[in-house]
Design a binder for this molecule. Sequence first.
Ligand code: ATP
Length: 218
Amino acid sequence: MKKARPRRIGLFGGTFDPVHIGHLRSAVEMVEQFAFDELRLMPNARPPHRGTPQVSAAQRLAMVELAVAGVAPLVVDDRELKRDKPSYTIDTLESLRGELDERDQLFLLVGWDAFCGLPTWHRWEELLEHCHVVVLQRPDADSEPPEDLRDLLAARSVADPKAMTGPAGQITFVWQTPLAVSATQIRQLLSQGRSARFLVPDAVLNYIEAHALYQAPH
Ligand code: ATP
């Protein structure tokens, strides 16, 4: 019997504290542009001393689950939260690869700033053995890559995202105009007792209200 065609899977990590419409619009546009069969939103574990103390990892995860419920092909991947400390991306990719068909195409989505820091990532030279890298660029951003990445880009970059082939190993750039919304802004609004309506999906807003998240300490 002929095997099914390889799947195209995107991986979009973030703190998602909370997930908001900027993340979700970006995700939907990536699905369209790359024809992903699945785009996994993957909340990152954080060091215990950082971030918003009153919002737990489980609550960040619950909000992402509510945000993507019924919005195929967006799904949640909770593997990094199952560990109690931040994961190296290489470990995450190895874990994920262990569950996929070897022909499945995996696309790691990273912002430009994160991409520029790639040479500092643990075992960074192995990352492209497991995935393609999609660099999200803002139209107005400075796009001169650091010296360390020049050779890699010369060898691996593909101008047309649709021309990416194989399970892993290539780099491409996409330009998106982000919506002017950030989790920081939402946390600030809520801590001032103001509304975050329409900046997050209604289901997420209801969850935030039901659990009194992001309120200023009394
Ligand atoms: P914070 O304000 O707490 O730093 P954030 O809103 O930037 O959070 P993150 O969870 O840190 O959200 O972001 C996860 C990913 O989503 C990152 O790659 C980030 O660049 C991207 N992202 C954040 N905000 C937007 C937005 N408005 N539009 C598109 N992408 C976004």
